[in-house]
Design a protein around this ligand. Sequence first.
Ligand code: ADP
Ligand code: MG
Length: 700
Amino acid sequence: MSVNLQTPIDYLKGVGPNRADLLRSELGIHTYQDLINLFPNRYLDRTKYYKINELQRHSAEVQIIGKIIGFKEVAQKRGKRLVGTFQDDTGSIELVWFRGQKWIRDSIKLNTPYVIFGKINWFNGVFNMPHPELEVLSEHNNNLRSSMQAIYPSTEKLANKGITNRVLTKIMQNLFLETKGRFTETLSESMISELKLLPKSEALFNIHFPKNQELLSRSEFRLKFEELFYIQLQLILKNLIHKSKIKGFPFEYIGDYFNTFYNDHLPFNLTNAQKRVIKEIRQDLGSNAQMNRLLQGDVGSGKTIVAFMSMLMALDNGFQACLMAPTEILSVQHYQGLSELSKTLNISIKILTGSTKTSDRKKIHESLENGELQLLIGTHALLEDKVKFKNLGLAIIDEQHRFGVAQRSKLWKKNTSPPHILVMTATPIPRTLAMSVYGDLDISIIDELPPGRQAIKTVHRYDKNRLKVLRFMRDEIEKGRQVYIVYPLIQESSALDYKDLMDGYESIVREFPQPNYQISIVHGKMKPADKDYEMQRFIKGETQIMVATTVIEVGVNVPNASVMIIESAERFGLAQLHQLRGRVGRGAEQSYCILMTSHKLSQDSKTRLETMTRTSDGFEIAEVDLKLRGPGDIMGTQQSGILNLKIANIIKDKDILQSARFYAKRILEKDPSLGQKEHLVILQTYRALSKYKNIWNYIS
Ligand code: ADP
Ligand code: MG
């Protein structure tokens, strides 16, 4: 009879009510199960013994054999500390106790060989070790111990209340004794044998009490795999359920619109990536299920034409389509671009934004409802209740992270049955992360830029070299180019940032005086109409320099702009720097990105700048970004629970993640309901996990 792992932690030997409360509040450990899943942060090699003359100032925990030859008491601000002199044949250090001094004095035998263990400090020219673990050498040698000692996550409060790593280890031992270390297997036999995984019980034992490095590695692998496997299983299941429940409109035909455009009016040859993605979309749209697809592609990778051709598929089947963008400027650009693409096809297309005149608005509403209007482009204005389609078949959202999930679902309600949804984003999310985060979306990636693009030259310059940078600007403007200068605007310091922006603007106006030069400025405090006016002047080429905050970040397309200067670049995140750089390099000219910084740079800033100057591959940049910031800051990951991983690490363990996903997929393809006998254990584990809030709290 095995012990029920849902038993409250209070019942475990060595725990008791006080400790139970602390374990609950500090580590979220409520049950035996929670305790087993408290995985060590790291391990210490307890086979290594240091000599005192080998100690380094930065040594962490060390283990030394020696004798205590005497004690002294040292008065300090409050009370006193007890200091013992500890000696081996190479030197001596001080052992220090601030608490429990009487007990130490009474129980320690002087001049007897001990093994001490603890963290080394360097203070006033001497090494010391506060509150060491002590064990008489002869006993130490008799004890069976794992050569690698688990170090558990802890908190200050736990440590202060005496729940040290030693105590946690002891409690963990008790748990293994009480359960006899027998735990229910949670993966199927075939997976275990195919992947040569350690059985569950063995993995759990070795993760807490590793017998050797090899078993530890295999235990880690097994447990990480399992954790990721069940997350993937859940994400894929959700997706399958979504597809079976929500019927889409099957776009059965590829008709005249698509074919005419494809055969006669394509403005350029599609890249292979574009072709592949169009095929993926075509497959979704042709099936009975509603499409819910994320299209990722770096800035300039050519998402617009993919969007357009998808829209043509809708039109060919008698449906309407819409495209929603986060800003007025972007909507206008899309409107212009799509009008251009569709002009030979005799398609009715309109734009609807906050500034659309009431009379036009009325006409748009009418023609939408009676079906005369085929394509509608616009901002959030599309979401208003008054906007009703006759038969919306496809909704495309550009720059997805500006829209919430709630807004996405609002689009759904524009119809009796939800339209197909294509979400486009230029924020590259590493594929591994994307597939575990956007479980409810299928993903297409354009990972190839159109041919003939010149790489953008990116350099890092310090503020003191500003004169040279100004000279360079002048030369480029001389050649007919346009220049962006972008300033950071961080919410918390916005007053200061505005001052920087305005100071910068004024000095640029001095350096580039009228009438030879015209300068635009755009920032968030301006009225939308003024912003738009300034933006339009720059787009039309009436101004040569655009001074701005990051409002220009998203999607704006000015092919003649070839220089991007980013002020205080050290204050921007990688994703933002990459987005900003993407504003240039859109035309035929050689483009430049200049990252201006002060001299004081943190290590992370240096890494960011180095990454930007080294590569322009959005996915590579995203990987670095992920490493620097962790997945917590990546858009959309907050709700996904991928952050609450107990043992796996989404970045370091991406190979395991891929394999876990592969197996989850394979099993569900064979057995979508997990009804087969060999999958019983998976079904049971999955159900248990789904109920088990602590692990599974990312169920949305
Ligand atoms: P984004 O993915 O950033 O939205 P766009 O769709 O705006 O990119 O495309 C960027 C530019 O590249 C546009 O000027 C577009 O006409 C051009 N373009 C897109 N695809 C191709 C291609 N296959 N060959 C040549 N130029 C292309
Ligand atoms: Mg775009």
